[in-house]
Write a protein that binds this ligand. Structure first.
Ligand code: NAD
Length: 430
């Protein structure tokens, strides 16, 4: 079975590397020539733990190829996986499917033999029907099935999640496509649980999952606010709540609000879809509003920590939206930094992996340091915004700050250790 991936961004590259590691011949296609040139020159264009090794091994064995030539990628493919972006429309807040439609128009003329077209991009319910229509109009003789195969990997753990998925959701009524999917997943050592449903249900499962997780994150953030007022400790509360197997302990970490390329986009798109058919998803709407407000609130918490200081300077640890990735899309850290900068506060930041991606958004509005310790030098407060585990191991005694103040939005520093080292410490939810 030959696999072609259309769209070599985060998801496309993880999935391409993963399937080539399982022994498939994989061609990854992308529209951006510079990206393909970098990949063909051996440069892994993004950071993810374990990706570099998979990439090098499978490029060297000839199992993994990169091209801008859609025709070349599609002609020989038995299984086409679409992983193009579906960003939020800036005004309407609906998922913008124009890149997906364009990709389908580009591949349609070159389909030959029976081909499964698996859409992994997160798309509004009913998009699969439209993709079928487009292909039939352009290439009436094509022999194909369009299936929905949403992606659930977590950035930062993407390689692990590829090889050990909790579940694989596949939306199709076609028995032939179902057989192809079963064959596709047959080389997995850890056999995934494949759930076959109708295409529209599969499309909605992705949104319903992400919205549920976003609600869970926002819920524990609100409980953290409550803990602060009543003298409880949110970390103990979360532990106690999470021990209930009906709830589970995942996504109960309070912080500066959720971000990333999926939750903000998918919650907004879901609400937009529901409104369109007069359904009120009040829980999701409240989560979106609460999460947006939380980032401003956290920026204020940081600026309040230095409000008595003239010309304050803040050190920021962490810019990625979570640890384990260089992805800064919708990162709460970036949004908080932007807010602080807009108030005239000087910032020096450090992130182990996301300096380049952050620079593409923040430019020279802040200074960048080569290490966490350097970032803190001569600053008046340290704000910890991403939960990189390395931050836990930095001895506070090494920090040469003007004022010893820490605002820890990720529970990285032990409050007692901080205070014993002479720091004013402010965390979340206790
Ligand atoms: P991305 O922006 O990193 O990558 C998309 C890529 O598609 C880009 O490189 C772009 O150049 C390419 N592209 C666009 N049109 C193309 C075309 N016609 N032909 C070939 N290439 C084309 O996006 P991403 O983060 O990889 O997400 C892709 C999709 O997967 C989105 O719908 C997203 O919601 C969904 N998703 C993402 C994640 C995640 O963790 N990033 C997880 C699950 C689902």
């Amino acid at each position: 079975m030959k696999i072609t991936i259309i769209g070599t961004g985060y998801v496309g590259l993880f999935v391409g590397c993963g399937f080539s590691e399982l022994g498939y011949d994989v061609i990854c296609v992308d529209k951006v020539p510079e990206k393909i040139a970098d990949l063909n020159a051996g440069k892994v264009i993004l950071f993810e733990d374990g990706l570099d090794e998979l990439f090098r091994k499978n490029v060297a064995s000839g199992k993994l190829k990169f091209t801008v030539d859609t025709k070349y990628g599609v002609e020989s493919a038995d299984f086409i996986i679409i992983t193009v972006g579906t960003p939020l429309h800036s005004v309407t807040k609906e998922a913008n499917v124009k890149y997906l439609y364009a990709a389908i128009e580009e591949i349609a003329p070159y389909l030959s033999g029976y081909t499964v077209i698996a859409n992994k991009s997160t798309v509004p319910v009913g998009t699969g029907d439209k993709l079928v229509e487009i292909i039939k109009t352009i290439n009436p003789a094509a022999n194909f099935d369009v299936i929905s195969m949403p992606e659930f990997l977590r950035e930062g753990l993407a390689i692990h999640d590829f090889f050990h998925p909790d579940r694989v959701v596949v939306g199709t009524d076609s028995m032939r496509a179902q057989d192809a999917v079963k064959k596709l997943f047959s080389p997995f050592q850890d056999k995934p649980n494949i759930l076959f449903v109708e295409r529209r249900s599969a499309e909605l499962i992705k949104y319903a999952s992400n919205a549920f997780l976003a609600v869970k994150v926002h819920y524990i953030n609100e409980i953290a606010d409550f803990c602060e007022k009543v003298g409880a400790n949110v970390y103990d509360v979360a532990k106690g709540v999470g021990l209930d197997s009906r709830i589970g302990d995942k996504f109960l970490n309070p912080g500066p609000g959720y971000g990333g390329s999926c939750f903000p986009k998918d919650t907004n798109a879901l609400v937009h879809m529901a409104r369109h058919v007069n359904v009120n998803l009040s829980l999701v709407e409240a989560t979106i509003a609460g999460n947006d407000a939380r980032k401003s609130k956290m920026a204020t918490r940081i600026s309040d920590a230095i409000k008595d200081i003239e010309n304050p300077k803040i050190a920021v640890w962490g810019l990625a939206f979570k640890n384990g990735t260089d992805d800064v899309r919708e990162s709460p850290a970036i949004q908080i930094v932007q807010k602080l900068v807009s108030h005239g506060i000087k910032i020096t930041a450090y992130d182990p992996k996301a300096m380049e991606t952050a620079h593409s958004i923040l430019g020279n509005s802040i200074a960048y340091a080569d290490s966490a310790v350097d970032a803190a030098k001569d600053t008046d407060a340290l704000a910890i915004l991403t939960e990189w585990p390395d931050f836990k191991d930095i001895p506070l005694a090494k920090l040469q700050m003007r004022h010893k103040r820490i605002v820890d939005l990720r529970h990285m520093v032990d409050a007692h250790v901080a205070m014993n080292n002479g720091f004013d410490y402010e965390g979340i939810g206790k």
